[in-house]
Unconditional design. Structure first.
Length: 295
């Protein structure tokens, strides 16, 4: 005789409610994104009359033509990719080295450095001192004005340190016995065992550099060095002026709606990150639990 597992009715009801809730939550996330794509591709008349929902009404690529038809946008994309790649690599490298050193109990300056890093989590110098510092260091209008201030985060250092401490210390001791130095131990043992850590915080760093606009607005004056967010910001302001003044040949001919431009800018901003995320998803899901590890 086969014993069937008894399922309490309250458990089934909970599962049903949970599934319904998750479906509603999924729809609340998917619909706005699909609506943005639909509006960016719809005709001005359909947008003005509120006919656009899940799918585009008609087909209008004028918004994308206005964005991607500019040579400057491709230069800005190149600049942003350079900033994001170099900035992310330096962020992971420097944070790893600091965290590894602070993990070592025999390191003499471990506590003073930890205190200094903790202070930066609660107090900041502010925008004006930061601007003066960047100016005095001669970093204005250079890539380093954007990258260097974002290379180290106290929060990231403490998360890295907590993760490194979970790696058995016997592996480090065995490597020492075999003649390995600190550099080889860090990059030969700790880094390979921390793929989820680097994938998670690497994704955070890439998104941070990709969405960065305020720092370039302050420190970068050369248009050929501007990241894509600044160029898209300028395009958005132009579209808002068109909406207010009713100017522009395309608007007068009813060929484009300002929302075509604005929503196309959103798609132009998020599509690179969306292309990267699927490749890091398996590490990202695991890495989300990193913050729960005790330090």
């Amino acid at each position: 005789m086969i014993n069937k597992k008894y399922i309490h009715p309250s458990g089934v009801l909970f599962d049903v409610v949970l599934v319904i809730f998750m479906l509603l939550l999924m729809l609340s996330i998917i619909y706005p994104f699909l609506n943005i794509i639909a509006v960016s591709l719809s005709t001005p008349t359909a947008i003005a009359t509120g006919q656009v929902g899940w799918f585009p009404v008609g087909l209008n690529l004028k918004g994308y033509e206005m964005i991607f038809g500019r040579v400057q946008i491709w230069i800005a994309y190149r600049n942003t990719i350079i900033y994001a790649v170099i900035g992310t690599l330096l962020n992971l490298l420097i944070t790893s080295m600091i965290s590894y050193v602070l993990m070592l109990r025999e390191f003499v300056l471990r506590k003073p450095i930890t205190v200094l890093l903790t202070i930066t989590m609660f107090f900041s110098g502010g925008m004006v001192p930061s601007y003066i510092l960047i100016q005095n260091l001669g970093l204005m209008n250079t890539i380093w004005a954007i990258i260097l201030p974002s290379c180290v985060s106290a929060y990231n250092v403490f998360i890295y340190r907590a993760f490194f401490r979970n790696i058995p210390s016997e592996m480090r001791e065995a490597a020492f016995i075999d003649g390995a130095g600190e550099w080889r131990i860090l990059f030969g043992i700790y880094v390979p065992l921390s793929k989820a850590l680097y994938a998670t915080f690497g994704l955070f760093a890439i998104v941070g550099f990709w969405n960065m606009w305020f720092e370039p607005l302050l420190y970068i004056k050369d248009n050929l060095k501007q990241p894509v967010q600044i160029i898209l910001r300028q395009i958005l302001f132009t579209s808002q002026m068109i909406a207010v003044e009713g100017a522009g040949e395309a608007v007068n001919l009813n060929l484009i709606n300002p929302k075509n431009i604005q929503f196309a800018c959103i798609i132009a901003t998020v599509w690179p990150v969306m292309c990267i995320y699927p490749f890091l998803q398996k590490y990202f899901e695991k890495g989300m639990m990193i913050g729960a590890v005790k330090g």
